[in-house]
Design a protein around this ligand. Structure first.
Ligand SMILES: Cc1cc2nc3c(=O)[nH]c(=O)nc-3n(C[C@H](O)[C@H](O)[C@H](O)COP(=O)(O)O)c2cc1C
Length: 180
């Protein structure tokens, strides 16, 4: 059994939900998993208490949360020397257009170049349109983007695109590697 950290950045909450799912996958396999918001780490947080880590962040306007990027930069040395994996939550991951998915991969490449951490395991996770949490302007902008992309434009409800089974499989693969 390994002690595993899932640390994340989020803006509207979907990456927090994804992180809980990744943690639950590990717990079912018998690991001891903690989930932490990178912007809200307590004074008693100690990275050295962990054997491995997942890092997750969502994409807004082409980049991940600044505080998460900073945290990864500060801890790149640890991440490089421990089993670690990165998941990037965005809407492009659910796009039917291959060039959008390529762009989403390129955003991870830039994240790696900026932080100095090139995770050996990484994945794109389709996020959500959480219209209920956007202000009026953001709701209109996101509706226009969704329309262009063939996504959901009914702003009276939220729409989730996360493929929970694919996420489970990806997580299981990483956790099994820890046991090996
Ligand atoms: C203002 C705004 C900008 C966004 N920009 C992008 C983007 O550049 N690329 C993308 O693929 N998704 C983009 N998204 C979609 C988010 O990545 C998606 O909603 C994700 O689920 C957000 O995760 P979070 O709730 O953890 O912050 C954007 C969403 C918002 C609200």
């Amino acid at each position: 059994m390994a002690k595993v950290l899932v640390i994340y950045g989020t803006t509207e909450g979907q990456t927090a939900k994804v992180s809980q799912h990744v943690a639950d996958v590990g717990r079912r396999l018998g690991h001891d998993v903690d989930v932490c918001h990178a912007a809200d780490l307590g004074d008693d947080f100690a990275l050295d208490a962990y054997d491995a880590a997942f890092v997750g962040a969502s994409v807004h306007e082409g980049r991940h949360q600044r505080y998460l990027v900073r945290w990864v930069k500060d801890h790149a040395g640890w991440l490089k020397t421990h089993p670690s994996a990165f998941f990037s939550v965005c809407l492009a991951a659910a796009s039917p257009f291959p060039e959008e998915v390529e762009d989403a991969e390129a955003i991870i490449d830039r994240f790696a170049a900026r932080t100095g951490w090139f995770p050996s395991s990484r994945t794109l996770v389709a996020g959500a349109l959480r219209y209920s949490q956007y202000n009026w302007l953001k709701r209109m902008v996101m509706k226009q983007i969704a329309k262009k992309e063939g996504g959901d434009t009914d702003t009276s409800q939220d729409h989730e695109y996360t493929d929970w089974n694919a996420l489970t499989e990806w997580g299981e693969h990483f956790y099994r590697g820890l046991a090996a």
